[in-house]
Design a binder for this molecule. Structure first.
Ligand code: C2E
Ligand code: CA
Ligand code: CA
Length: 278
């Protein structure tokens, strides 16, 4: 049917997978346009690595579907992005965050804890999303938190003047900008001096690599030195073991997160406690 001199293999497994994705996307659209509360958020604490002090949380979306069970963000985020549902999903997560933690006012003493949310690159130039983000930022600030927007490095690679401009505007409102999964893209150095950015989140691949030479430590050290020179903060992702934690402390890495420190979990104010350092 596609014309002559062409052939197409029919892969039954592939087609079943596409059908399932289609059903998941339909279900997500339905849930996001109704009052159904299937989406929730978990919160992973971020810490100062030298002092163990709590510095904030990263918010991670969760979906418990009665039909499909627990769908992983690795599956539903790309679907939401490709089906035009990502703004609705973000707004649903903002609402969940408001119910979970912004309803309680924090005491104002000390530094404001960070509330880090993940945003997809395609949302940056969306005016409707921007209005909602700015409104959300106001609510976050009023409750005594500091909003940080995480954007992945690979998504920023097709960076344009428009994006630089929007991120600069967000920063001028008082939001912080973090580059997520830093080191997984290829253009990391070319844009750093142009992009309004407060923090680099070093991807866990460097920390978790199983090599003897420890070239990864050299790379992390170089990223930290560069960041320091540019006045950008650094956070190491994926700290799972005590050995990894010690290595980072030795390298002088200021902040981190990972299953070994605290898992992403349902909100409770006890998450704001310091790390018990041994
Ligand atoms: P991410 O932003 O890089 O988030 C960190 C991911 O690493 C999370 O996976 C977290 O559970 C996991 N993680 C944390 N500590 C460790 C560790 O020590 N070891 C290992 N192996 N993994 C660790 P999760 O929750 O499955 O999220 C996957 C991705 O989905 C996130 O990656 C983020 O890019 C995306 N995502 C999640 N929520 C949202 C959202 O609300 N909006 C958007 N646009 N993306 C989201
Ligand atoms: Ca993130
Ligand atoms: Ca990451």
């Amino acid at each position: 049917r596609r014309g002559r001199a062409q052939y197409q293999l029919f892969d039954r497994k592939q087609s079943l997978k596409i059908e399932k994705q289609q059903r998941i996307a339909e279900s997500m659209r339905h849930v996001l346009t109704s009052e159904e509360e299937q989406f929730s958020a978990v919160y992973q604490p971020l810490y100062h690595l030298q002092s163990g002090e709590f510095i904030g949380v990263e918010v991670l979306a969760r979906w418990h579907s009665p039909e499909f069970g627990a769908v992983s963000p690795g599956e539903f985020i790309p679907l939401a992005e490709s089906r035009g549902l990502i703004n609705q999903l973000s707004c649903r997560i903002f609402k969940v965050i408001k119910d979970d933690i912004l309803s309680q006012q924090l005491s104002t003493e000390g530094r404001k804890p960070i509330l880090a949310v993940n945003v997809s690159a395609q949302q940056i130039s969306d005016e409707d999303f921007e209005r909602k983000l700015i409104r959300f930022h106001e609510q976050v600030a009023e409750s005594g938190w500091q909003l940080e927007v995480e954007l992945t490095e690979t998504q920023l690679m097709s960076m344009s003047d428009v994006i630089i401009d929007r991120l600069g505007t967000w920063q001028s409102y008082g939001m912080r900008i973090a580059i997520d999964d830093f080191g997984t893209g290829y253009s990391c150095l070319a844009y750093l001096h142009m992009l309004p950015v407060n923090k680099l989140k070093i991807d866990r691949q460097f920390l978790q690599a199983e090599t003897k030479s420890r070239k990864e430590d050299e790379i992390m050290y170089a990223i930290m030195s560069m960041a320091r020179a540019l006045n950008i903060e650094v956070l190491a992702e994926g700290i799972e073991t005590t050995e990894q934690f010690r290595r980072l402390q030795k390298l002088g890495c200021s902040t981190g997160q990972g299953f070994g420190l605290a898992r992403p979990q349902a909100w409770r104010s006890e998450l704001m406690g310091a790390l018990p350092l041994k």
